[in-house]
Design a protein around this ligand. Structure first.
Ligand code: CUA
Length: 336
């Protein structure tokens, strides 16, 4: 008996320890249980309802199990049990209870789905998000804006999203704002995003899409309406003309070297369309789909050897002289 008790205790300590390890892993990640928008709110409520039901079931099952383990086992008791109808009632009752619990979970799920489907975002700002291995192309077709890996939305207002893929299946997920939506080649899925408060929210790809799936992150910036419209009109502008010496030669490195084969900078002769549009690169918070802070050092490292930072991505290493690299960095950093 004592042995058994110490075993049970050991197992419980183990479970608590493992759960603790699991939770520390989540400390820095965006959580679906920390909702900051209407969609995520509804999903979190549903999560807690199902978690509550599952907890009740778990406690009841473990209680019955412990009762069965520790009840007295006199011969008299066994005989009584064999005669009684207790077992049969217990089994039927258990089955009915299971159906009731599953029906409750199902109805709550249906209700959440219907509330989420009833949101009708305006089409004033439609955002097209196109998944690539391994980055996000972002377009606002009504405003002729093209950017990458960063979506801006006005706060407190659902914005319509149209998601698709240029290669394999990806899945768009901003846990604090809404659920997931698959991005499927050859198909347009519609979705919406809404944030209750201004802030920066992190998103990720939630469908395995190749070796760098884990490095396919994005940023959603929710901002007051006037800041948002200013951002949008700035992004719609072509890149500013450059006149200063290092910027002019940096631009030359970009347009005459390999960069322009894959990247566009609107307002210049660079019109490649394999990689992200870099017209306003310097205004973005991150590089390489959310994996690096956008600063001069990271940008230089990325240009010189992107395969070191994200093996398998489509950008080849670049061999530039020190002066060429510095001029190119100065030019790219001027693209506000
Ligand atoms: Cu894209 Cu995983």
């Amino acid at each position: 008996m004592l042995k058994l008790l110490s075993k049970v205790k050991g197992t419980l300590v183990g479970i608590v320890f493992l759960a603790g390890l699991g939770l520390t892993g989540c400390a820095e990640s965006p959580s679906t249980l920390d909702p900051r928008g209407f969609g995520a709110d509804q999903i979190a409520v549903l999560w807690w309802v199902i978690f509550g039901l599952a907890t009740v079931v778990f406690v009841a099952v473990v209680g019955v199990l412990l009762y069965a383990l520790f009840r007295s086992r006199s011969g008299e008791h066994e005989e009584k049990l064999a005669e009684s109808t207790f077992d049969k009632r217990f089994v039927i009752g258990g089955a009915i209870l299971t159906v009731i619990i599953l029906v409750i979970a199902y109805l709550f799920t249906l209700q959440t789905m219907s509330v989420l489907a009833s949101v009708d975002p305006s089409d004033e700002y439609v955002v097209e998000v196109i998944g690539h291995q391994w980055w996000w192309e972002v377009k606002y077709p009504n405003q002729q804006v093209i950017t990458a890996n960063e979506i801006h939305i006005p706060v407190g207002q659902p914005v319509q999203l149209q998601v698709m893929s240029a290669d394999v299946i990806h899945s768009f997920w901003v846990p604090e704002l809404h659920g997931k939506i698959d991005m499927i080649p050859g198909q347009v899925n519609t979705f919406w995003l809404e944030a209750d408060e201004a802030g920066v929210y992190y998103g990720l790809c939630a469908e395995f899409c190749g070796t760098q799936h884990a490095k396919m992150l994005l940023v959603v910036v929710a901002e007051p309406a006037d800041a948002f419209t200013t951002w949008l009109s700035d992004q719609a502008e072509p890149a500013q003309a450059v006149t200063d010496a290092p910027l002019v030669s940096g631009k030359e490195v970009f347009t005459q070297g390999g960069c322009a084969n894959c990247h566009t900078i609107r307002g210049t002769e660079a019109t490649g369309n394999l990689g992200p549009d870099l017209t306003h690169l310097a205004s973005r918070r991150t590089l390489a789909a959310g994996i690096l802070e956008n600063n001069r050092g990271n940008l230089g490292g990325w240009i010189v050897n992107p395969q070191q930072l994200k093996p398998g991505n489509k950008m080849p290493p670049t061999s530039l002289s020190g002066t060429e690299l510095q001029d190119l960095l100065a030019y790219l950093q001027s693209l506000q």
